[in-house]
Ligand binder design. Sequence first.
Ligand SMILES: [Zn+2]
Length: 84
Amino acid sequence: MARVLVKCPSCQNEWVYRHGKARSGLQHYRCRDCHHCFQLDYLYEANKPCVTDKITEMALNGMVWVYVIPDEYWESALPSSSPI
Ligand SMILES: [Zn+2]
């Protein structure tokens, strides 16, 4: 059985544990030190940390506009119950 060394991408600590699964079915991990939750792989490119870092960098440099949508919008936009 092969073992994979998992490090926290936030603090590089190796003291992590499995923390359930994402909706995509991929394994979630959580750092015991900084409590950062992460995955080793992502189904969607936009969720990868390097993409988020690039978007943040572009926003800070004024290259893109970032809109923050309040939670109230999503709560009113989504149906209260999904059809079966
Ligand atoms: Zn950490």
